[in-house]
Design a protein around this ligand. Structure first.
Ligand code: UFG
Length: 338
């Protein structure tokens, strides 16, 4: 299959591009490199012995997208490109609506012009908010509590509307829980710019001595050890979920939603301990106040993805910590040249 991957140089995009190439698919990555690096794709080529085509462009650039579709003629699109920091989205909401919602409109219009009828979209478990209790099934009520989350929720609704209006369209919405880990080679991984917002990259930088200690945001949640619990899914398992969704969509039209998670909650302190084990050291941390906007617990009901896609997560938090530590140790500055 010929697959156009937006945001394919980023963290989840690069691992998915690798999996697509390994399975024999042809890939064109469209990425503006605003939060990613071409070096990730050079390493994907080194790991797979195959090269993804690459266009440096923002997905909102209708002319660039038009010529990419005309020359590559994709059978399907996987749409990762987007901005993803919750806090930042409250400061620059228009940027989030333009980049995340606007880009998807341009992409869907271009797909329609080029008879491309299959799209897999990167959504987020953030759409479950605090509207119900975990484990969340795909039928749980959805909404969002910040502009980033609203962009994901809006794009889901847009895709559902477009699929209802066009019976040729095949849409797979993937609601990711908390992606962590790196490829086991240690050659590709997560390379956040600035101070990491997310738990695993922050812990990895503490282990590497780049930061003094982790701030644990609250230990008074109604969870077994009082710290927040999340469903941490290894990025290699997550990438495999995209291929399973594409396979499903070759056989089924319409609009489909799947959770991609492990179905198991882990607390902040469990993750800290697992990373300490992987790194062979104690991770220094301090309990501080809750982070505004955090929920106590979020984890998936994964039965639909298992039943419909034949997909499930195989890797553990311990695997993800070992892989992240390997990536971080071998690449202390991420993809930047030393
Ligand atoms: N945490 C800390 N210290 C840190 C960072 C995180 O204690 O320095 C804690 C958080 O309080 C939370 C857990 O670690 O309990 C996970 O936090 P992350 O920031 O890694 O992940 P979130 O669950 O907050 O956010 C993720 C995605 C968002 C998405 C959200 C809801 O990063 O894009 O899930 O689905 F919106």
């Amino acid at each position: 299959m010929r697959v156009l991957v937006t945001g394919g140089a980023g963290y989840i995009g690069s691992h998915t591009t690798l999996a697509l190439l390994e399975q024999g698919h042809d890939v064109l990555v469209v990425d503006d490199l605003s939060n990613s690096s071409r070096e990730s794709l050079a390493r994907v080529a080194e790991l797979t012995g195959r090269t993804a085509d690459f266009v440096e462009a923002n997905v909102r650039d209708a002319n660039a997208l038009e010529s990419a579709f005309a020359s590559f003629r994709p059978d399907a699109v996987i749409h990762f490109a987007g901005w993803k920091a919750v806090g930042e989205s409250t400061q620059v909401p228009l940027t989030y609506y333009r980049e995340n919602v606007g880009s998807t409109l341009t992409l869907l219009e271009t797909m329609a012009r080029h008879d491309c009828h299959t799209i897999v979209f990167s959504s987020s478990a953030t759409v479950y908010g605090e509207l119900s209790e975990p484990p969340f099934t795909e039928d749980a009520p959805t909404g969002a509590t910040n502009p980033y989350g609203r962009t994901k929720h809006m794009v889901e609704q847009i895709l559902a509307d477009v699929a209802a209006a066009d019976d040729q369209l095949r849409v797979g919405v993937l609601r990711y829980f908390n992606p962590i880990g790196a490829h086991e080679s240690g050659r590709i991984g997560e390379d956040p710019k600035g101070i990491p917002n997310n738990l695993l990259p922050f812990v990895a930088q503490v282990a590497a001595g780049r930061r003094e200690k982790l701030m644990v945001f609250g230990d008074d949640y109604p969870t077994p050890d009082g710290t927040g619990t999340r469903d941490y899914i290894h990025v290699v398992d997550l990438a495999a979920g995209h291929l399973a969704a594409l396979d499903f969509l070759t056989e089924h039209d319409g609009y489909h939603v799947w959770n991609l998670g492990t179905g198991r909650p882990n607390s902040v302190l469990e993750v800290v301990n697992a990373f300490g084990e992987a790194a062979g050291m104690e991770i220094p941390y301090q309990i501080v106040a809750r982070r505004p906007g955090d929920v106590a617990s979020s984890y998936a009901d994964v039965s639909r993805a298992h039943a419909e896609l034949g997909w499930q997560a195989h890797k553990s938090v311990a695997d993800a910590c070992a892989d992240t530590f390997r990536w971080q140790s071998a690449n202390p500055n991420g993809y930047a040249q030393d």
